[in-house]
Design a protein around this ligand. Structure first.
Ligand code: PGA
Length: 310
């Protein structure tokens, strides 16, 4: 059975400007990433700027980092004012798209069916899809977490299973992102065991509906207040196949999260890699302060290691 490729993605949401993204791209271009990081076959990573900037970012960003959109519609073209299509994302160089994010579900009233339709259209267009599901705090507190997640999942699965493709083709470009709503942007991250428990339940559910092979190969990534301090513990969980980073992706630590989230390489290897990256990183505080982000602190590789264990 194929090993699941650990993937790290970011969601910049409606943040940034040309100047901000240019700084960020230059920093990424300068970072001394390990050759496996960003290798689509081993350890893919992607960044998702607002769609308006995708083309600029794609043209200027190193090619081992993919670029994604944050949303797209389920039609190719037509009278849908304000929407963009999966085809348009591809046309400007995106390889990924995030669909079903909780902000789309709640603020823009996207239904489970809307998301199912978007997922299949994007897959048919050749985009890799990050399909998000997650429960609110009150749903968790009323013990309906799995009920909610399975409902959201079912709508995605129903649409995907209808595709006229074999199981492997249907699922190879689809990543499920478990993003507990109570953890998004709150600084309240799910405990690694909590994430593991839910990821395992999602995988079991996928297995019941789509079979063991799909369950074993589909990637389930975690998002919600991921940062440098918690990325490693989350990444080590058996069913956590990647990380999805919002707020921290706009801060200097995102490069280290990319590097640190690869599994099975051991703290020691990471420590050595980080030492190099930290030495090479040079993020101007003006970039951070422009967007009210924490001003970068002087990094300490020793500090990182003591923060995450062993
Ligand atoms: P956060 O956002 O990392 O800022 O919590 C995650 C997301 O919205 O995908």
């Amino acid at each position: 059975m194929a090993r699941r490729k650990f993937i790290v993605g970011t969601n910049f949401k409606m943040n940034g400007s040309r100047a901000f993204l240019q700084d960020l791209v230059e920093n990424l271009n300068r970072a001394d990433l390990d050759s496996n990081v960003g290798n689509e076959e081993v350890h893919p990573i992607f960044i998702s700027p607002p769609s308006l900037y995708i083309e600029h970012v794609r043209q200027n960003l190193r090619k081992d980092i993919a670029v994604g959109g944050q949303n797209c519609f389920w039609k190719s073209s037509g009278a849908f004012t304000g929407e963009i299509s999966a085809e348009m994302l591809k046309d400007v160089g995106a390889d990924y798209v995030i669909l079903g994010h909780t902000e789309r579900r709640t603020l823009f009233k996207e239904s489970d069916t809307d998301i199912g339709l978007k997922v299949v259209h994007a897959l048919q267009t050749g985009l890799k899809v990050i399909a998000c599901i997650g429960e609110t705090l009150s749903e968790r507190e009323s013990n309906t977490t799995l009920q909610v997640l399975f409902r959201q999942l079912q709508a995605i699965i129903d649409h995907v299973q209808n595709l006229d493709l074999n199981q492997e083709e249907k699922w190879k470009d689809l990543v499920i992102a478990y993003e507990p709503v109570w953890a998004i942007g709150t600084g309240r991250v799910a405990a690694p065991e909590q994430a593991q428990e839910v990821h395992a339940a999602i995988r079991r559910r996928v297995g019941e509906i789509c079979g063991l092979e799909v369950a074993e190969t589909v990637r389930i990534i975690y998002g919600g207040s991921v940062n440098l301090g918690n990325a490693l513990q989350l990444a080590r969980e058996r069913d956590v196949d990647g990380l999805f980073v919002g707020g921290a992706s706009l801060r200097p630590e995102f490069v280290q999260i990319y590097m640190g989230a690869g599994r099975g390489e051991g703290y020691r290897t990471w420590y050595l890699l980080f030492k190099d990256i930290l030495r090479n990183l040079d993020i101007p505080s003006s970039t951070a302060s422009m967007f009210n982000l924490p001003v970068p602190r002087p990094h300490s590789a020793e500090g990182f290691v003591s923060q995450v264990g062993p």
